[in-house]
Every structure is written in structure tokens, then in C-alpha cells.
Design a protein around this ligand. Structure first.
Ligand SMILES: *[C@@H]1O[C@H](CO)[C@@H](O)[C@H](O)[C@H]1NC(C)=O
Length: 232
């Protein structure tokens, strides 16, 4: 499946589904030796020879219906100006994580859109870029961060939606080949993106028993109280 270059011009971040749901063959479990996390990965074809990989890691102790932190990792071809993943699988009324390359590292933030307009910073979520896993090489940029507040949110109806840490969740990917206007600014204006792609991502397979320890090892913070002690 190749992304079309059909832009949703002024209606940034509002679009429609592209093609059929992707096959489960695009899913894998990936151990990242750099950060130590085990990720559940889903790959979306960007061209016939290049993929975008989106990975999630969650605490094994996370329980359905309760908020929990998540570590997200995106591996994206350099031709992509910015990429975003909507946690509720919708372009509006859900946390939308966006990231891009900035020099030899990355930048990103969590946004929120309510209409056909530029998504604003979403202050109910906090993104912490980890000290490892943020880099650019000759072919890809890679973004790695912990998000608090991405997996549980108040949607359009006001009720709380919590992504199931013990199941699959429908996510949506948007990308743009246009670079952000101010790459060093996490709140940079983002213009135009291609049609979203939707898929169910397994969170079960991204469970990490030592999630909190790994977050701290990679320069992030984690609230002890939410983690069940691990007996080794
Ligand atoms: C660049 O890094 C990505 C992972 O971040 C990797 O998949 C890719 O193979 C690397 N490319 C080169 C040329 O080393």
C-alpha cells in the first residue's frame, strides 16, 4: 500500500481512510537494544521499499480503564516532513502525537484538534523525549518519547476514553512531506498532510515488566506508585 499524494489542503488534520485495513503481517514485536524497551510494532508502507514503523511500549502493570504512561517510537524515512499518530484513531477530539527531524535529533509534541484547523498544543498530555532513540541517519529519523496523558482522555462527548493496555487499539497515522516551519519549536505550525491510515495496534505485546526502570534509565520520569514492584 503506497500513500497517495492527495493533500487535504486547508483542512489540515481532517481526512478520510485510505484503502483497506492493513494486514497483521505488518505487526511485530521488536526489542530495542538502545533503550531496552520491548515494543509492539506496526509498519505502514511509505513507498514500495520504505516503511514507517510505529512502536508502543506500556507497563505490564497497566490495567484496563486506568490511565497509564506509554513509550512511543517512530522510525520514519527522511522524505517525510512530519508524522503524527492519533491515539483515539480520529483526527479530532483525541491526543495527536506529532514528530519530525530537527538537525541530528528530533522534536515533537502532543496536539488536539476540534475542527478542520491547525491542531493546538494539548496540555493534558506531557511528552518527554528520551535520551536514547532520538536520531537522524542517512535514511531515517527516529523519535522516542514517553507520554503521560496520551492513553486516557476526555473526548467529544465528555466521557473518558482509555486505550486498552491488554488489547488492541485503533490508531491513525498522518504524514506530510512538508517540513514544519520551525523545526526546533515543538509547537511549530504544521501544514497539510496526506490521508490518514488506520490500523489496530496490539498494546498487549508491548508490555514491559520493568517499564519504570527503563524510562528512568533513558532520562525520563515515572511515578513509582503506579508501578507494581517486579520480583527478580
Ligand atoms: C537508520 O536508522 C534506522 C533506525 O532508526 C534504521 O532502520 C536504518 O537501517 C538506518 N539506516 C542506515 C543507513 O543505517
Amino acid at each position: 500500500m503506497q500513500l497517495t499524494s492527495c493533500f487535504v489542503a486547508a483542512s489540515a488534520l481532517v481526512g478520510y481512510a485510505l484503502g483497506a485495513p492493513a494486514a497483521a503481517a505488518n505487526a511485530a514485536v521488536v526489542y530495542d537494544p538502545e533503550t531496552g524497551f520491548t515494543f509492539s510494532e506496526y509498519k505502514v508502507a511509505y513507498t514500495l521499499s520504505a516503511n514507517i514503523a510505529f512502536r508502543v511500549a506500556v507497563p505490564s502493570s497497566a490495567q484496563p480503564g486506568q490511565p497509564y504512561d506509554i513509550v512511543i517510537q517512530a522510525v520514519v524515512p527522511n522524505a517525510v516532513g512530519w508524522a503524527g499518530v492519533a491515539f483515539g484513531g480520529s483526527m479530532v477530539y483525541n491526543p495527536l502525537f506529532v514528530a519530525w527531524a530537527s538537525g541530528q535529533s528530533t522534536q515533537g509534541s502532543v496536539r488536539w484538534a476540534t475542527s478542520h484547523s491547525q491542531p493546538t498544543l494539548y496540555n493534558n498530555a506531557k511528552l518527554e523525549r528520551l535520551t536514547a532513540g532520538n536520531k537522524v541517519n542517512g535514511t531515517h529519523w527516529q523519535f522516542t518519547a514517553k507520554c503521560s496523558g496520551c492513553t486516557s482522555y476526555s473526548g467529544r462527548s465528555g466521557g473518558t476514553t482509555t486505550l486498552n493496555p491488554k488489547g488492541s487499539n485503533r490508531l491513525a497515522l498522518v504524514i506530510s512531506n512538508g517540513k514544519p516551519q520551525q523545526p526546533t519549536n515543538p509547537n511549530s505550525n504544521l501544514v497539510m498532510h496526506e490521508n490518514p491510515i488506520y490500523w489496530p495496534q496490539s498494546f498487549t505485546e508491548g508490555a514491559n515488566a520493568n517499564f519504570g526502570e527503563l524510562v528512568r534509565r533513558n532520562g525520563g520520569t515515572f511515578a513509582e506508585t503506579t508501578e507494581t514492584p517486579v520480583t527478580i
